[in-house]
Design a protein around this ligand. Structure first.
Ligand SMILES: NC(=O)c1ccc[n+]([C@@H]2O[C@H](COP(=O)([O-])OP(=O)(O)OC[C@H]3O[C@@H](n4cnc5c(N)ncnc54)[C@H](OP(=O)(O)O)[C@@H]3O)[C@@H](O)[C@H]2O)c1
Length: 246
């Protein structure tokens, strides 16, 4: 389904992003994997992935908050003539804390990674996609941006903004052949989930009908569907992947 297609995934070195890279490689996509830094372990891992699925894997390296670095890396990897089929905005950081205890500078720094960096990268990609008249963008939101419980002023609100942006961008570029959707995972079994306060994590699992964390593969498969032609009329949607609410 993804033969001869190129997919850019941010934060592909671990967690959900790594599983998304594997899911696209399995169906034959060429990958441009992003990481904040280049490590020998990640380079080796990607070499093995490329060999396992016989796909091309290229790397782009930049901090999401370094806009000039992002632009330079993207322009080097993707000259204007090169087609890009899918962008997965996955990289993100967690933060928990009550509003009255959270300096606005901290909220701003979470937004810089979880929202503004996604806008910068999306703008670089969507201009190409609308010129090509084809493309799919999948943003990784969060259930925390839908239920917006206490303590979510930075993380949850940044994800709410990303999911709102998903809908407004979809309305702007749908007629140009570009679809934009988001996945809103519940708690997923990654390092990010282990950083969460134990009580909040337990509550999230209790509030899920299936009473467990998601696996990274369960999120990756929904991303793959949204990016694929099987979802050719799915646009501007936010898909919760949280095992249902109890
Ligand atoms: N895990 C969950 O329960 C859960 C639930 C809902 C939504 N999500 C969302 O899913 C996405 C992936 O989360 P995850 O659980 O896989 O988290 P993770 O294991 O903590 O991985 C986060 C990824 O984002 C990258 N990243 C963070 N800040 C960056 C920066 N400034 N520049 C470049 N890369 C940066 C990390 O790079 P480094 O390795 O260099 O740090 C890493 O690759 C995030 O957007 C997260 O908000 C996660």
């Amino acid at each position: 389904m993804f033969l001869n297609k190129t997919v850019l995934i941010t934060g592909a070195n671990r967690g959900i992003g790594r599983a998304i890279a594997e899911a696209f490689a399995q169906v034959g996509a060429g990958l441009i994997v992003h990481s904040r830094s280049q490590t020998a372990a990640f380079a080796e891992d990607m070499l093995a992935l490329a060999a396992r699925y016989k796909v091309a894997v290229e790397h782009v390296v930049f901090d999401m908050t370094d806009t000039p670095g992002m632009k330079a890396a993207i322009n080097a990897a993707l000259p204007p003539s090169r087609k890009i089929d899918v962008l997965v905005n996955n990289a993100g950081i967690a933060h928990g804390g009550l509003f009255q205890m959270t300096p606005v500078s901290v909220v701003r720094s979470v937004f810089d990674v979880n929202f503004f960096a996604q806008l910068e990268l999306t703008q670089l990609m969507v201009r190409r996609m609308s010129r090509q008249k084809v493309g799919a963008i999948v943003n990784i939101g969060s259930i925390a941006g839908l239920d917006l419980a206490a303590g979510n002023v930075a993380y949850g609100v940044s994800k709410a903004a990303l999911m709102a942006f998903t809908q407004t961008l979809a309305a702007e570029v749908g007629s140009m052949g570009v679809r934009v959707n988001a996945v809103a995972p519940g708690l997923v079994d990654t390092e990010m989930a282990t950083q969460m306060e134990k009580k909040a994590g337990t509550e999230m699992i209790q509030n899920s009908a299936m009473k467990r964390l998601a696996t990274v593969e369960e999120i990756a498969q929904v991303v793959l569907f949204l990016a694929s032609d099987a979802a050719s009329f799915v646009n501007g949607q936010v898909i919760p992947v949280n095992g249902g609410s109890a």
